[in-house]
Design a protein around this ligand. Structure first.
Ligand SMILES: Cc1cc2nc3c(=O)[nH]c(=O)nc-3n(C[C@H](O)[C@H](O)[C@H](O)COP(=O)(O)OP(=O)(O)OC[C@H]3O[C@@H](n4cnc5c(N)ncnc54)[C@H](O)[C@@H]3O)c2cc1C
Length: 501
């Protein structure tokens, strides 16, 4: 067993930004901090790697912090924590500089200026991007700059399967190798959960299969507060298909002039919102859902043909290539069949402005955290920004704490016996998609809670089990929190919509 000052669960933008900031701070301050970074797959198997649109930060003179703050608050229906919104938005240009310092290559115009684009809900062009594959560029930048550091222990292909905290506040993590099942234990003075979202709870999601919500499960087990788990954002335009992980068609296409059409070819968004195709995601997703229901179709169309072949190939090369190679759809000429799909968790582990949870030395950053930035709905391209901002704040806190509390000597730890039941992941995904999706109703939420409780009660205990079984057990527990939170909502707000309210 090894002991580290800081264990970080997650190698997406949140976890790896934290490694980069801690690296810089320890060098600047001449300090020595030991880290462990743990990821379920290889370090690049993250949602971050699939982010397309980009990262929001005010830059041009016609834009202002005030308007980015207001756009964020409007999208979040003013449930956001305004102080947090102000801090994140005003720090955003510095966050962009940090990413550039670490090697990030944001697109430039022919004149040599940064090529900022517009997305749904943003009044001005303030999205910094790398073609239509910003996340992949960020992921490889961060991976490169956080590898081969002497004070870091790397655990790639290790899933954290159990977390406990002893009376002295030390965290113990049981790790299981995802291929060999070998078990290891590490202990840590500080634990940072950067485990991403909960997409695996739904039948259709843009998230990678790693997103089983483990961070939220462990936080709950440790007694941390979880908030607003029912605020689940559905992306309006996943490419229609049979797989669980839906390929995302970025809203930057609508920002550039793409239009949603029903099967007759009518542009219908003007009926739903004055911002038409550029309305916030929840409005667009519900509008599409209603149109599909009315017409009895499984998808509607996104028409990007007006953008022209040159613009599509320059600005959206990955989407163009993906649709052509995998579906035979040339998006410069053909309409794209799209469907709303689970996309982002706005709620999560409640944290303060340093990413600290309600449990001492337990941090949460990135998508698994509820920082107050998003309120009832996330404004596009604010989540990558949030992940880096809170990694920076957490790093500043941790770098001082770790020095004040030098690592203790190793102590042996016996984990409690785990209870893993035989549960169907597929059945859960179907239930949540039917009753805790874009449009909910009270009876459906209550029935699903009863179904989960009965299923948990009746299921047999497994004597041997796989990593997938462990994840599925976590998913049932998190679903209960999500459903109960949805039932507690007294009005429809942001991404939460109950047709009976
Ligand atoms: C298709 C797509 C497009 C998007 N586009 C944008 C965009 O343009 N702009 C924007 O701002 N946001 C976008 N988002 C949202 C944004 O990408 C995510 O919110 C963000 O990348 C989450 O980063 P993260 O570091 O919190 O988690 P992730 O990047 O999801 O990383 C999670 C990490 O946690 C690890 N992990 C999880 N559980 C365990 C465990 N039990 N043990 C060990 N490791 C574990 C995983 O292995 C992984 O390393 C998009 C999301 C998707 C899916």
């Amino acid at each position: 067993m090894i002991h580290v000052d800081v264990a970080i669960m997650g190698s997406g933008i949140a976890g790896l930004s934290l490694v980069n900031y801690l690296k810089e701070l320890t060098i600047q301050q001449g300090k020595d901090i030991s880290l462990a970074i743990i990821a379920k797959g290889n370090f690049d198997q993250t949602n971050t790697n699939w982010a397309q649109g980009g990262i929001a930060a005010v830059s041009s003179e016609i834009d202002s912090f005030e308007s980015h703050i207001e756009d964020t608050m409007v999208a979040g229906v003013f449930l956001n924590n305004k102080e947090v919104v102000e801090k994140v938005v005003t720090a955003a240009p510095e966050i962009i500089k940090d990413l550039i310092r670490w090697g990030m290559d944001f697109d430039k115009t022919e004149e040599g200026n940064f090529d900022l684009v517009k997305e749904g809900g943003h009044r001005y062009s303030r999205i910094w991007h790398h073609k239509d594959a910003t996340g992949a560029a960020i992921q490889s930048t961060l991976s490169n700059s956080s590898r081969h550091l002497s004070a870091v222990s790397y655990y790639e292909y290790y899933a954290v399967v159990q977390v406990e905290r002893d009376k002295s506040g030390i965290f113990y993590l049981r790790l299981q190798h995802t291929e060999t099942n070998e078990l290891q234990t590490i202990s840590a003075t500080n634990l940072v959960l950067a485990g991403g979202g909960i997409g695996a709870l739904y039948a259709k999601t843009t998230n990678q299969p790693i997103c089983t919500g483990d961070a939220i499960y462990f936080a709950k087990e440790l007694g941390a507060k979880i908030k607003d788990l029912c605020f689940v954002q559905f992306h309006p335009t996943g490419l229609y298909g049979e797989e669980q992980t839906t390929y995302l068609i970025t809203e930057a296409i609508r920002g550039a002039g793409g239009v949603l059409r029903d099967k007759e070819g009518n542009a219908f968004m003007v009926k739903y919102d004055e911002r038409a195709d550029l309305a916030p995601r929840d409005i667009v997703a519900r509008a599409i859902f209603s149109e599909m229901k009315k017409a009895g179709t499984k998808y509607i169309y996104l028409d990007a043909t007006a953008l022209g072949e040159e613009k599509i190939k320059t600005h959206f090369p990955s989407i163009h290539a993906y649709c052509l190679q995998n579906r035979g759809i040339d998006i410069a000429k053909d309409w794209i069949p799209v469907v709303p799909t689970q996309h982002y968790l706005c709620g999560g582990i409640e944290v303060n402005s340093f990413g600290e949870s309600s449990i001492e030395n337990l941090y949460a950053i990135g998508e698994c955290a509820n920082t107050g930035l998003h309120g009832a709905n996330r404004l596009a391209s604010n989540s990558l920004l949030e992940a880096v901002y809170f990694a920076k704040k957490a790093a500043n806190k941790i770098v001082n704490l770790a020095i004040e509390n030098p690592s203790p000597f190793l102590v042996e730890h016996d984990f409690k016996a785990t209870i893993i039941k035989q549960l169907s992941r597929h059945a859960l995904q179907q239930k949540l998609s039917d009753h805790a999706g874009i449009i909910k109703n009270t009876q459906g939420l209550k029935d699903t809670i009863n179904w989960i409780n009965e299923t948990l009660f009746q299921s047999t205990l497994l004597s041997t089990y796989s990593l997938a079984d462990i994840e599925t057990n976590h998913m049932y527990e998190i679903s209960l929190i999500l459903l109960k939170d949805a039932l507690l909502q007294k009005k429809n707000i942001g991404v939460h919509y109950n047709e009976e309210l």
